[in-house]
Design a protein around this ligand. Sequence first.
Ligand SMILES: O=P(O)(O)O[C@@H]1C[C@H](O)[C@@H](CO)O1
Ligand SMILES: O=c1cc[nH]c(=O)[nH]1
Length: 320
Amino acid sequence: MASILPASNKSMTSDRNTYVGKRFVHVKNPYLDSMDEDILYHLDLGTKTHNLPAMFGDVKFVCVGGSPNRMKAFALFMRKELGLEESGEHIKDICAGTDRYCMYKIGPVLSISHGMGIPSISIMLHELIKLLHHAQCCDITIIRIGTSGGIGITPGSVVITDTAVDSFFKPRFEQVILDNIVTRSTELDKELAEELFNCSKGIPNFPTLIGHTMCTYDFYEGQGRLDGALCSFSREKKVDYLKRAYKAGVRNIEMESTVFAAMCRLCGLKAAVVCVTLLDRLECDQINLPHDVLVDYQQRPQLLISNFIKRRLGLHDQTS
Ligand SMILES: O=P(O)(O)O[C@@H]1C[C@H](O)[C@@H](CO)O1
Ligand SMILES: O=c1cc[nH]c(=O)[nH]1
């Protein structure tokens, strides 16, 4: 495929000031403006050391996922899909100075790892959102591409989250701030979820559904597993809990969606969560898929998001 993106940031950044109806990223912190410098410590970036608008001003799509290798693979895949392989667009880890997270930029797409669990993704999101703000990015779509445990659905299915819920099946994220609990909404962008679902229909043999995603603080006891180092409940209690989750609309379980939804919503980012399911938790707890199947499953959200981005950029061909 021929290269279709501008070779540099210039043409995408130059029209930012004339774009009608642009949505900027909101940071909601009165102290930020008075800071002489903002060091994004865990990303190894900063407002004095880096020209953030020049580096990131043309970003339109941000994709995040737990594993550094997955996010590098996604970056390589996007480079191929956007026809940038031959244009000299290199894949280099922008956060190489830290081993906390990795970050790759491919034209208007940013691919970033966030580690496992709410605290890890939350730190990354604080710094990412400030980065997008300092870079004066607008009209950003942010998508978490992840893995999850399904409930009552065939392994390999892709779940597009309409609402992230907590372990009590409530659409909320409770953040402890000082010694208060602040409750935040975890609604995601419904139009974006529908757009992604429509996009999935164009991919052959691609089981996809929209449902609630339950976000927990732990992979083992927190997700009702019987195979952790600790387990204080019966098999019956586990199955009863998962069935109640299913009845409440939950179709998969992972560990980041509530804080992701809450923070993106507050900061004006259109956000989606797209996770493949690795097992049916009503059937088992252990992930025993052969390596090649696991790799294939993990690529499914990447394939969907690549198709979505290409459609948004007007690059979609009939074969993918
Ligand atoms: O981003 P991924 O798919 O790695 O996230 C899920 C939730 C946990 O972080 C992790 C547990 O295996 O997988
Ligand atoms: O069961 C699973 C699988 C992946 N990620 C999770 O959080 N849970």
